[in-house]
Design a protein around this ligand. Structure first.
Ligand SMILES: CC(C)(COP(=O)(O)OP(=O)(O)OC[C@H]1O[C@@H](n2cnc3c(N)ncnc32)[C@H](O)[C@@H]1OP(=O)(O)O)[C@@H](O)C(=O)NCCC(=O)NCCS
Length: 120
């Protein structure tokens, strides 16, 4: 797993079905005292059963254990899922510079990109 001085924590939680196949994942990155949630994904035939929310909750628990109290993300696909999980939509202007400077936030924003954050 890649690790740099700026991105010193990278935790991936995975969900498996009863046969052991991976059916979901979520990743928590870190920059300083803040967390970045990314790559939250659940296999199509396992969606809408709470798995995505549980993966996000596991990332948040990992964040708290690591001393992180704020988590940010950007998504163009399903902001409603994160709002449902307690994230607040934010203007990019109020997202901390340490987050927007992170490589994860460097590519151009696709249409419909939303920034969201949550204080844990
Ligand atoms: C986003 C994703 C991870 C959600 O996983 P999930 O296991 O279905 O999520 P949950 O069952 O915990 O959903 C919780 C709530 O989120 C919202 N939600 C989830 N999927 C939704 C959808 N397709 N449309 C609208 N709201 C949705 C709903 O409020 C849902 O509650 P409900 O089922 O009681 O209505 C999954 O849809 C996915 O993998 N999507 C493709 C990848 C992606 O877009 N990832 C997010 C950007 S990183």
């Amino acid at each position: 797993m890649e690790s740099t001085s700026r991105d010193v924590l990278d935790i991936v939680h995975v969900a498996r079905d009863t046969s052991g196949s991976i059916v979901g994942a979520a990743c928590l990155g870190r920059t300083g005292s803040r967390g970045i949630l990314r790559s939250v994904v659940v296999a199509p035939n396992h969606r809408r059963k709470g798995l995505g929310s549980r993966l996000v909750a596991h990332c948040e628990t990992s964040a708290l254990i690591a001393g992180i109290t704020e988590v940010y993300l950007r998504t163009a696909t399903l902001p409603a899922f994160f709002v449902r999980n307690g994230y607040q939509e934010l203007s990019r202007k109020v997202v901390p510079a340490a987050i927007t400077a992170h490589p994860q936030f460097q590519s151009a924003d696709p249409d419909g990109t939303k920034y969201l954050g949550k204080r844990l």
